[in-house]
Write a protein that binds this ligand. Structure first.
Ligand code: CTP
Ligand code: CA
Length: 234
């Protein structure tokens, strides 16, 4: 019944979703990565397409996770820098932007053209890392009227209250319309088909709290986006 009620409610909207985890090269055969599978972002892309949106999925290392679907254009990226360029290119035409990707905070300052050898760094290896630009901050700075921007945050926390505090602080700091936060840890939050999200707006108001399959949480996030947009224009 919920699916019937939602059908077509994103008709006419352009939705850009980033998903997956970026990888920062160290040398031609090695990289710094993260544990994001991209499943939540892919579920959001599919849910938006099902509901009638034109979807661009900026996909960072989603081989085996990204499913082909009607209404979804996939743009493959590798590094945080590439993801940033793809988002900048797609953003001007977007009504809704969802930054579900895990973007590397740092990249290797000088990437080696040849495979690093142990004999060159006996006992220990130090890599210098430089901070990457904040992609979503750039999107917020260039947001056009009527555009809704959603960020994600995966946090290691000790309680639901701490997760909510972090979500509120990050939503305010980033200036996004909505921020969806979930708890993660060594044995929590990754490679799962299930998720639990608390979604807050820029003022820290809880827009939704939802647990279930990543398809369920995707639809709940899109419901929150539509509610936020109704509030913006009405
Ligand atoms: N993000 C981004 N560009 C980056 C880092 C993160 O656009 N260089 C986006 C993520 O896609 C996510 C949001 O910012 O939607 C929050 O990411 P998160 O890593 O939680 O926030 P950071 O600002 O990087 O803060 P920290 O990692 O220190 O908690
Ligand atoms: Ca980060």
């Amino acid at each position: 019944l919920a699916l019937v009620a939602r059908s077509g409610d994103l008709e006419g909207l352009a939705v850009v979703v980033s998903a997956g985890g970026t990888r920062e090269p160290i040398d031609p055969v090695r990289f710094l990565g993260n544990r994001s599978s991209g499943r939540q972002g892919v579920a959001i892309a599919h849910a938006a397409a099902e509901r009638g949106a034109r979807v661009t999925l900026v996909a960072a290392h989603l081989d085996g996770v990204v499913r082909p679907g009607p209404g979804i254009e996939v743009v493959g990226v590798g590094t945080a820098d590439e993801l940033g360029r793809a988002m900048d290119a797609a953003a001007p035409d977007a009504d809704v932007i969802v930054m579900a990707a895990a973007v590397a905070d740092y990249s290797v300052a000088s990437v080696s053209d040849t495979k690093l050898r142990k004999q060159d760094s006996p006992g220990a290896l130090t890599l210098e890392l430089r901070e990457n630009r904040d992609v979503v901050a750039g999107l917020v700075a260039n947001r056009r009227a009527g555009q809704t921007i959603v960020a994600f945050a995966a946090e290691t926390v000790g309680s639901d209250g701490e997760l909510l505090d972090r979500a509120r602080a990050k939503a305010a700091r980033k200036g996004v319309d909505l921020l969806a936060a979930n708890a993660v840890g060594w044995t929590q939050g990754f490679e799962s088909t299930q998720n639990a999200l608390v979604i807050v707006d820029r003022d820290g108001t809880v827009a939704a709290e939802v647990a279930g399959s990543k398809d369920d949480t995707a639809h709940a996030l899109l419901d929150a986006v539509l509610a936020a947009r109704a509030g913006q224009t009405g």
